[in-house]
Design a protein around this ligand. Structure first.
Ligand code: TRP
Length: 455
């Protein structure tokens, strides 16, 4: 992150909050529920949790090691630790991935702004489930409205990046994150109390392994990488500002636990509500935008003021959660351009923002006006999501685990994990084992399986 960030990362809370701020976002509240819905529910969640534990955490620790050791931006980091080798491409591809993710992520982030306005102007009141579906489709396929919000969201991100107001972000994260958490718990309780909520809870908790195919594994792995902000140097960049005394393993566990709890809570809100109002769980990216307004209306039908406050608050917090993630994505590319091409931070940020607006417009239009233009059956929006989350992140993750597990000097890895021998070494052996064997083999296996080469 920005140079200013280094100073603020003195505290453990700062380290965890910044990393959790990057991890917790639309991936948890928007992407996780619809991927769970598309992939059959509880069995997907179990595989997802497995991916977090044996792939996500060791790879997160690897990214931390690379960042803290090199103290450089993600592309520079590999040049510092492996000078003159092709490893620098791992960093460069990460930068490209960040750029692509930011482009389509901002489209959805923009939608949250529209929903803040709708919630504030009370336009959820009196709508039925099918009204919510229609109004979402009308909005997202409108040629200019979502683009306006997309531009606004990216300009907001840009503003924070050029200002480098890390203190502002961290301070607000300290208030916003716990508020989001409390609100999620309240909403989950409301959702569970809705009529017919049981079917949704069952969908979430009772695994049906007959629905598990190779693509469920790929989706679960992709979701783990996406949600934990792994595979493109986001956390490498952050960890270059960690202090010497930061316990990398503990930090990774904290981030992993916070991120998982938020995702599960989101599932507990969406599915009971979706089943209760008769919306299919495989509605895709629109899922939270049609079920949630419904939850607010139905759960608090006798208390319109509460319904109003909760809906406004929810979308505001969702936008904030998205903002802390877009900042982390934007910063990866900005820091890279700024440091590697020696241009000013402001100019670097302008390039990134302009480029993302350009690509974001294509993503946004592909949900409406240019819907028929597809590649491999996917529109631009889905194509960006598929290639980044399902190919680039896990593939980079594979190489990161190989880099730390096999290439990097073991003394360096040990020194980083144990903070120069001051922490217990037993975890070091487990982490190294996971990085050397389990993570690369599991990722390769999931890919090969998906390509159908095993059949
Ligand atoms: N993890 C964030 C979310 O869940 C999105 C995100 C931020 C991300 N940085 C990333 C995803 C890096 C992949 C890689 O919303």
């Amino acid at each position: 992150m920005a140079k200013i960030k280094r100073a603020t990362f003195g505290s453990k809370v700062g380290v965890i909050l910044a990393s959790a701020g990057s991890a917790v976002g639309l991936g948890n509240i928007w992407r996780f529920p619809y991927e769970t819905g598309n992939n059959g529910g509880a069995a997907f969640i179990l595989i997802y949790l497995g991916c977090v534990l044996i792939l996500g955490l060791p790879i997160m620790i690897s990214e931390f090691i690379v960042g803290r050791r090199s103290r450089a931006n993600t592309a520079g980091a590999y040049s510092v630790l492996a000078p003159g080798t092709p490893w620098k491409w791992l960093g460069r591809i990460g930068v490209l991935t960040a750029f692509l993710i930011l482009s389509y992520y901002s489209v959805v982030a923009g939608w949250t702004l529209e929903y803040i306005v709708e919630a504030t102007t009370n336009s959820f009141v009196g709508k039925s489930s099918s009204d919510f579906i229609t109004s979402f489709i009308t909005f997202s396929s409108n040629p200019w409205k979502p683009i306006l919000w997309l531009v606004l969201f990216l300009l907001g991100t840009h503003f924070v990046i050029v200002k480098g107001v890390e203190k502002g972000i961290e301070k607000s994260a300290k208030i916003m994150m716990p508020t989001l958490f409390i609100l999620l718990i309240v909403l989950a309780i409301c959702s569970i109390l809705l009529p017919n909520a049981g079917t949704g809870i069952e969908f979430l908790l009772k695994p049906d392994f007959s629905k598990v195919t190779s693509s469920v594994f790929l989706s679960a792995m992709a979701q783990a990488f996406f949600s934990l902000s792994l595979g493109m140097g986001c956390l490498t960049t952050y960890s270059s500002y960690f202090g010497k005394d930061t316990n990398l393993t503990k930090t990774a566990f904290s981030v992993g636990i916070i991120d998982t709890i938020v995702a599960i809570l989101a599932g507990l809100i969406i599915f009971p509500a979706a089943f209760s109002v008769g919306i299919q769980p495989d509605a895709g990216p629109s899922l939270i935008f049609i079920t949630l307004p419904n939850v607010f209306q139905q759960a608090f039908s006798g208390l319109p003021a509460l319904a109003y406050i909760c809906s406004v608050l929810f979308y505001v917090l969702l936008a904030v959660a998205a903002l802390t993630s877009t900042i982390s994505l934007h910063e990866v590319v900005t820091a890279y351009l700024h440091e590697e091409f020696k241009i000013t931070r402001g100019r670097a940020a302008t390039f990134v923002t302009a480029g993302c607006i350009f690509l974001g417009i294509f993503c946004s239009l592909s949900l409406g006006v240019t819907k028929e233009y597809t590649l491999f059956g996917l529109n631009t929006f889905d194509l960006f999501d598929y290639t980044t989350a399902k190919i680039m992140l896990p593939l980079s993750g594979l190489f990161i685990s190989l880099f730390v597990g096999w290439y990097l000097n073991k003394k360096v890895v040990k020194a980083e994990i144990t903070n120069d021998g001051t922490l217990k070494t037993f975890l070091y052996h487990i982490i190294i084992f996971l990085l050397r064997f389990i993570a690369p083999i599991a990722i390769a296996f999931i890919f090969i399986n998906e390509l159908g080469l095993l059949k």
